[in-house]
Design a binder for this molecule. Structure first.
Ligand code: GRF
Length: 189
């Protein structure tokens, strides 16, 4: 069966596009049926338009509370019969409105080898710590930020000091690892 995915993103959307590409090339037996963003001007919106993926773009300030916009998202996910929610650079913490309905069916990608370097700017935190092995983690989302069960990890060995170069290496690994991890979760193989 082809799994139905929703991707949540707030920024560039390179992981969103990597997942869509994996689906369309047949590497992943899934369809991305919805992209959700809290940043209507983000580059991910252009990517979704170009790729023909339905977008729900909202501004938090148009809603009275997080519970209100998340309730709207939860009903869209139900209407579109989504099986798995994949956070990919979504910069908002999920509240119980989303988690109570979806916990266990939401994953995230984080640019560190969790449990090291949780939270914002994980790459900067790791560089500041002087690590020699960076990495990427796909994990389930719970109420604890970057704290849910780990699905997949991959190391990135880097001893230089060029943040752009390192970020590009980490992104390249993310674009491989995320579709693979999703495939495992939805029972591809
Ligand atoms: C990725 O590095 C991901 O690990 C983090 O946010 C970034 C999103 O990048 N959670 P993009 O928008 O998919 O290009």
């Amino acid at each position: 069966m082809t799994a139905r995915l929703a991707i949540f993103a707030s920024g560039d959307g390179s992981n969103f596009e990597a997942i869509v590409s994996a689906c369309r090339s047949g590497r992943l037996a899934a369809d991305v049926v919805l992209m959700v963003t809290d940043r209507p001007a983000a580059r991910v919106v252009e990517r979704a338009a170009r790729l023909g993926v339905e977008t729900f773009a909202f501004s938090a300030r148009d809603y009275a509370s997080k519970a209100d916009y998340e309730a709207r998202i939860v009903s869209l996910l139900d209407e579109r019969r989504v099986d798995l929610v994949c956070l990919a650079g979504y910069m908002r913490i999920l509240s119980p409105t989303m988690l109570d309905a979806w916990e266990g069916r939401i994953v995230n990608i984080h640019p560190s080898l969790l449990p090291a370097f949780r939270g914002a700017d994980a790459i900067g935190q790791a560089m500041a710590a002087g690590v020699k092995v960076y990495g990427v983690t796909v994990h389930f989302v719970t109420g604890e930020v970057d704290g849910g069960r780990i699905v997949a990890q991959r190391a990135v060995h880097y001893e230089g000091s060029d943040r752009e170069e390192l970020t590009a290496m980490i992104h390249a690994v993310e674009h491989e690892l995320y579709p693979e991890a999703i495939g495992r979760l939805i029972g591809n193989d």
